[in-house]
Ligand binder design. Structure first.
Ligand SMILES: O=C(O)CCC(=O)C(=O)O
Ligand SMILES: [Fe+2]
Length: 208
């Protein structure tokens, strides 16, 4: 019998920007895309200055709070639909433009809006979904930036639900999803009973 070294026995290490999906789409992960100093500064700014909202959802006929706070920012001439109602986003702030400019160098697209999520603690979450709204077109490019507490992000293949990829979305990380990802995979941030500090996520989108 051969013995594995500790290195070989551990999870295979992915290089920054390597596709973490084994098939059907691309999810490129850059763990320390923003420096620690920039990440600390941007977290503080966004936490204090974004117009965070508590949105509601209808669940089994009852009006419930969404398990996170959200906000929309972006090009004000590109309304987004919310429960079928067109809404104007808040205008870009200098910090949002700083983040957008930095990720656009890698993403090679011009993002027109950003949905921000504030997960206040481990009980906040987002359940399984695909970002496949009509306004995003086919094969949308989605740029996802995280600041604050690290949370687990799961991607699950729609054809084979036993196929699940996990990423730890750390402070200052960038995840770029493109290609077929949004119609072949769904994703979630699960709840956890661990006592967690807040996390801010920004998902940049191109609205056609
Ligand atoms: O918080 C995250 O990393 C994911 C958020 C998300 O999937 C979304 O807003 O569509
Ligand atoms: Fe999403």
């Amino acid at each position: 019998m051969t013995t594995l070294s500790l290195f070989e026995a551990s999870e295979p290490q992915k290089k920054p920007g390597q596709n973490i999906l084994p098939k059907e789409g691309e999810a490129l992960f850059y763990p320390a895309f923003f420096s620690k100093a920039d990440s600390d500064r941007l977290y503080k700014d966004l936490y204090g200055n974004i117009k965070w909202q508590q949105d509601k959802i209808v669940f089994y006929g009852k009006l419930m709070d969404l398990p996170r706070l959200t906000a929309w920012y972006g090009d004000t001439d590109k309304p987004y639909k919310y429960s079928g109602i067109p809404m104007a986003p808040n205008p870009w702030s200098p910090e949002l433009l700083e983040i957008k400019n930095k990720i656009e160098e890698i993403a090679k697209v011009n993002f027109s809006s950003v949905l921000l999520n504030l997960y206040r603690n481990g009980k906040d979450s987002v359940s399984w979904h695909c970002d496949n709204e009509k306004e995003l077109g086919i094969n949308p490019t989605i740029g996802s930036v995280s600041f604050g507490e690290e949370r687990t992000f799961k991607l699950r293949n729609l054809q084979d639900k036993s196929l699940v990829e996990k990423i730890q979305l750390s402070h200052g990380s960038f995840l770029l999803m493109k290609g077929e990802t949004q119609h072949k995979w769904e994703h979630e941030i699960p709840k956890t009973s661990r006592d967690l500090k807040p996390r801010i996520n920004l998902t940049f989108r191109v609205i056609k």
